[in-house]
Design a protein around this ligand. Structure first.
Ligand SMILES: *Cc1c(COP(=O)(O)O)cnc(C)c1O
Length: 499
């Protein structure tokens, strides 16, 4: 069963939590209890990805029957992934890049978003729900296309994606606005990612709006990582990576590892924390920020302060000032003190900041370490890794690498370390070329793809070829106060359909 981080007392099933996204008191759903896995790490290391996913997801989705859960997993993890491999690991001495970007949209979000729609579809059946679902998603670039792809033409589900007009890379934007399916709407928002996320949260939190949609046969939900259906599939790859290192004798039985995660909304690193709770031996979880370093400040001072200007950086999927999933971590670390969490979150919303008690900060620092990389440092990291190891990393992964280098320098820690490699470098070709000292002032992202491919002799991923020649399907630009109307029109509610 699931409960809310803000103390609302009703317990709900996993299907209910997946369908509804947010709890009624605006809190986030969390599992009633997370137990250590019964199976040994050696046993888990011997499983194929799908069966490992089954073992782990079974812990969290207890109202799904085994056959249904397996069915979802096997449908999700098929030929959509390059070479049928969900992930690949590239090791450079004791640093292991966990390449999570071999799915259809070339970012780690595919791993969760290929599975989530199937889970949602089964959840509707488990919950005997008659209504259809309208998914609302804010994106800083990668979630949007991954969600559009995952939900493409899935029965009973419509999806609307909201992205910040100037907040994504050209390739990310093209991936979204050229997306063709019968059930999707893509809106460009005049604002930044936090505006987009707030827009969606405000709609999802408004009981009047929700009722209006309900009356018209739609349940509103979200595909952002505030939905548990997004988080749990991400736990699997940390276990899989650990098993891989065990099988290769790189680590010994029960040896602890570090995990470095380039962090935005705190979903991916929270999944790693849940993996630790399930029994994965983790020494430090290293939270890497870019110049929007709210989390770095928070982990080092105990003060979360969003009162600053959001910068657009080369790692756009981390350009976030309000990391929603942190709420789940603080809930857990505070021994589920929902009154404290409610106060902190209210303070964040109204005053723009909060400070956690000292004892909570100490607990946080036992497990989490954080630093950030400047734009220059992450470009340098791309350069260094390519020059020294002939290996390309994307700008988000470069932030993680740069932070990890600083961590090693400071702590002299030699623990085997996994770096979550979150996107294909080909999604950000201009930034990568800058890292390789190629002048890009006269070319755009699309031209840069070819230059990058020639320079590195690596092929352009198929899904990005001819992206600029595809017809543009979605060209809505909305101010904040028109978003709801656009979504209503899309769902055929209220608005003028001839508009
Ligand atoms: C979404 C994203 C991140 C941030 O992940 P969170 O789970 O939001 O912390 C990092 N890198 C890439 C490439 C992403 O798409």
């Amino acid at each position: 069963m699931y409960k809310s981080t803000r103390g609302y007392e009703k317990l709900v099933s996993s299907s209910y939590a997946i369908i509804n996204g947010l709890a009624e008191d605006k809190g986030l759903y969390v599992p009633f209890k997370i137990h250590k896995l019964k199976n040994s790490l050696e046993y888990l290391a011997g499983l194929p990805y799908e069966e490992l996913a089954f073992c782990i997801l079974k812990e969290f989705l207890d109202d799904f029957c085994d056959d249904d859960l397996r069915d979802c997993i096997y449908k999700a993890y098929d030929k959509k992934f390059e070479d049928n491999k969900i992930l690949q690991i590239k090791s450079i001495s004791n640093t292991h890049f966990l390449e999570l970007y071999h799915g259809p949209t070339l970012a780690f979000k595919d791993v969760a978003l290929c599975l989530f729609p199937y889970l949602l579809n089964k959840a509707l059946i488990n919950n005997k729900q008659k209504e259809n679902i309208l998914i609302l998603t804010a994106t800083s670039g990668d979630t949007g296309k991954a969600a559009l792809e995952g939900f493409s033409d899935i029965p009973r589900i419509k999806i609307a994606v909201l992205y910040p007009k100037d907040g994504t890379s050209l390739i990310q934007k093209l991936q979204m606005i050229t997306h063709r399916s019968n059930n999707s709407l893509v809106i460009s928002l005049n604002g930044n990612f936090d505006d987009a996320q707030n827009c969606i949260k405000n709609i999802l939190n408004d009981s009047k709006i929700k009722k209006e949609f309900n009356d018209n046969g739609f349940i509103l939900s979200s595909a952002n990582s505030i939905n548990i259906g997004r988080l749990f599939p991400q736990i699997v790859y940390y276990f899989y990576a650990y098993g891989n290192l065990l099988n290769k004798n790189i680590i010994k039985h029960n040896e602890k590892i570090n995990i470095v995660v380039p962090t935005g909304n705190f979903g991916n690193i929270l999944s790693a924390y849940y993996a630790k709770k399930l029994g994965l031996p983790i020494n430090k979880l290293i939270c890497a920020s870019n110049e929007n370093n709210v989390l770095f400040d928070f982990i080092n001072t105990g003060i979360y302060d969003r009162r600053r200007i959001l910068k657009v950086t080369n790692s756009p999927s981390m350009d976030i000032l309000i990391s929603s999933n942190l709420e789940r971590l603080l809930y857990d670390l505070s021994n589920e003190d929902s009154i404290l969490i409610k106060n902190l979150m209210n303070s964040l919303e109204i005053q723009g900041f909060y400070e956690i008690p000292k004892s909570l900060k100490e607990k946080l620092n036992e497990i989490f370490y954080s630093d950030f990389a400047t734009e220059k440092e992450s470009i340098n990291a791309i350069n260094k890794v390519y020059k020294n190891f002939n290996y390309l990393i994307d700008p988000h992964t470069a932030v993680a690498y740069s932070v990890y280098e600083k961590y090693k320098e400071k702590t002299k820690d030699k623990t085997q370390t996994i770096i979550a490699s979150t996107a294909s470098p080909f999604k950000f070709p201009k930034t990568i070329l800058q890292g390789l000292n190629v002048n890009t002032s006269n070319i755009n992202d699309i031209e840069a793809l070819n230059v990058l491919s020639k320079k590195t002799t690596l092929p352009i991923p198929t899904s990005l070829k001819n992206l600029d020649k595809k017809p543009i399907i979605h060209n809505n630009i909305c101010p904040k106060d028109k978003v709801l109307q656009a979504i209503e029109n899309f769902a055929h509610i209220g608005g003028d359909l001839l508009d």
